[in-house]
Design a protein around this ligand. Sequence first.
Ligand code: TZP
Ligand code: MG
Length: 203
Amino acid sequence: MIGAVYVITDPDAPYAVADQARAAARGGAWAVQLRDKTASDADLVALARILMAELAPLGVKLIVNDRLEVALASGADGLHIGQGDGDPGAARARLGAGKILGLSVETAEQCAAIPSGVDYIGAGPIRATATKPDHAAPIGFDGLARIAARSRVPAVAIGGLGLGDAQPVRRAGAAGLAVVSAVVRVPDPEVATRALVQEWRQA
Ligand code: TZP
Ligand code: MG
């Protein structure tokens, strides 16, 4: 169910969020995450509905960051939450069985506490990144390997990743990688996504 390349949108990037999502989907991302810390729930629900209608025919999942109510109201394919974003078990209960639930994990210790109902973990940051100024200490590929080995659900590597990283991410045992800047802050997000997918296949 978890694919190679997961693209996360950024409202501060030079392209409209909807265009970021469309480009990622056309480029072959398996999922797009709608991540916006400041937009209103109503605006995010409206955007998520538009994107669901466009991404679903392409077989691309739309996952909402942080906001359970937005995920529920929009009918999005899933929700991604961090360690401080509430109880994953409660989120799973509200989402129902058919939706995707992701959880951020920053340490191998947190792997021991992954509740049932979580479908994948986001493991990172692998490297320091300006995209998330409050990120935890970078874990590197060694940290990723420790987390992937301990996790009973697929691990998606995140943080400072881009072209050239598919091989170390795969070798560390992750199921895929998640990127923001490597796709939404480059001249052609669709081409960039395609290149990441291609590199993953060859890694
Ligand atoms: N969580 C951990 S690192 C990160 C998030 C959302 C940001 C990753 O962004 P980038 O630009 O791919 O480093
Ligand atoms: Mg969060």
